[in-house]
Design a protein around this ligand. Structure first.
Ligand code: SAH
Ligand code: SF4
Length: 428
């Protein structure tokens, strides 16, 4: 989501006549877009600002802006720790950046706006300029779930869905730019409730059918969906719409019902298994990935074993898994936590090794198969192209640069731990 926001900020500033600088030294304006989900990202922000102190000293006219969730969480306090910062804006106020820059340059002092205005930020943004093979489109913002560990509802505000016509129009424009794969974004995309132009409400499943209708779109992805409200109509969409990729990121967070309850996640591990069972009835070989929080306050070894059991049952193909990070002001920060960091690190490593070995098995099963890949660009090494499979694996293969930005069929010829090699078979 931050990647999408950063790209839209760049679109906005380009629209207002700014150009991308070659380096931070050359830049007149430097923006840091931040994440507050875990403490580490916050720490990194202040380290980075510390490193840039000298730049401000050499050129006091250089403008430093901090946006995103840390800005939203801490607001003007950022200036107390890092006085070089001139502008502080939140995830819902980045459309106001041009005015804030103008006011700063007019001598009106530091600009801080981390409010959650009731206006549609999207109404103030210019056309989405993405012209890569794959592009993000935000369909909803914020979150009203208040999982006990999570800071997002406080920093991004309450859940609100964009209007259906606005989303479809943005996608239509992206298709004109040559985009082939649309990645729908939101904190809980399956809670989407967008207004149709006739005033009725469009569900997430209904939106999938509408996006599927757009000519030129070959693939649909979405992140993040949530086991809450992952309703049968979404599973039916997987059955009916081949453009939806054969992979799903569905964060479980934990396999222990006791921990799920403490996390404020209103489902059990069996509810989760049931979603996957019904999904696999319509897509038997779908690849499933998840987010896991390891070492949630009071998590016992037995709770952790429940998570490992869930991993065995679902046979995940990937995960974003991290040690619990205490976020100020969240209810979980009050729960007593006797587990040592050493123990948490050990659990995380057991979990990650297990999921890595499952993913490697899936990769090996892909050997010799033909995969349709979205070609994002060149591979890092060897003058090869790099394509992405439906189940999110990078495949490097020989081919002409003219294929960049398109989809092609590639036969998998070699499996490595973190990527695949292939041979181009069909060029459509
Ligand atoms: N809305 C999505 C997740 C958004 S936050 C969902 O509910 O599934 C992305 C991920 O960050 C979460 O899935 C969670 O695994 C992780 N996360 C959030 N708060 C965290 C915390 N305090 N400590 C560690 N990980 C956290
Ligand atoms: Fe955070 Fe829970 Fe909302 Fe996801 S659903 S963003 S984890 S509060």
């Amino acid at each position: 989501m931050n990647e999408y926001d950063s790209a839209r900020i760049a679109d906005l500033l380009t629209h207002h006549g700014l150009e991308e600088a070659g380096s931070v030294e050359d830049a007149d304006l430097i923006i840091l877009n931040t994440c507050a989900v875990r403490e580490k990202a916050e720490v990194k922000l202040y380290h980075q600002l510390g490193r840039w102190k000298g730049l401000k000293k050499n050129n006091p006219a250089k403008i430093f802006a901090v946006g995103g969730c840390v800005a939203s969480e801490t607001g003007k306090q950022i200036r107390a720790r890092a006085p070089i910062v001139d502008i502080i804006f939140g995830p819902q106020t980045y459309h106001r950046l041009p005015e804030m820059i103008q006011r700063l340059e007019a001598g009106q002092g530091p600009q801080i706006d981390v409010s959650f205005p009731q206006v549609e930020k999207f109404d103030y943004l210019p056309k989405n300029s993405a012209s890569t093979a794959s592009a993000y489109v935000t369909i909803m913002e914020g979150c009203s779930n208040f999982c006990t560990y999570c800071i997002v509802p406080y920093t991004r505000g309450k859940e609100s869905s964009r209007k259906v016509d606005d989303i479809l129009y943005e996608i239509y424009q992206l298709v004109q730019n040559g985009v082939k794969e649309i990645h729908l974004l939101g904190q809980n995309v399956n809670s989407f409730q967008g207004l149709n132009h006739d005033g009725s409400i469009c569900s997430f499943a209904e939106l999938l059918y509408l996006v599927n209708e757009i000519d030129g779109i070959e693939r649909i992805r979405f992140t993040t969906s949530n086991p809450i409200k992952f309703t049968q109509d979404i599973i039916n969409a997987y059955r009916d719409l081949p453009k939806i990729v054969n992979s799903l990121h569905l964060p479980a967070q934990s396999g222990s019902d006791r921990i799920l309850k403490l996390m404020g996640r209103p489902y059990t591990s069996d509810d989760y298994r049931d979603i996957i069972r019904r999904l696999r009835m319509v897509r038997p070989d779908i690849s499933i990935s998840s987010d896991f929080i390891v070492g949630f306050p009071s998590e016992t070894r037995e709770d952790f074993e429940e998570t490992m059991r869930l991993i065995d049952d679902v046979r995940y193909d990937g995960s974003f898994s991290f040690i619990y990070s205490k976020r100020p002001g969240t209810p979980a920060a009050q729960i007593e936590d006797p587990i040592t960091l050493e123990e948490k690190k050990e659990r995380l490593s057991i979990l990650q090794q297990k999921i890595d070995s499952l993913a490697l098995q899936y990769s090996r099963e892909m050997m010799g198969t033909v995969q349709r890949v979205v070609i994002d660009g060149k591979a890092q090494y060897g003058n090869l192209l790099c394509g992405r499979t439906e189940n999110n694996r990078n495949v490097n293969f020989e081919g002409p640069d003219s294929l960049i930005g398109t989809l092609a069929d590639v036969e998998i010829t070699e499996v490595m731990p973190h990527s695949l090699k292939g041979k181009l078979v069909v060029n459509k």
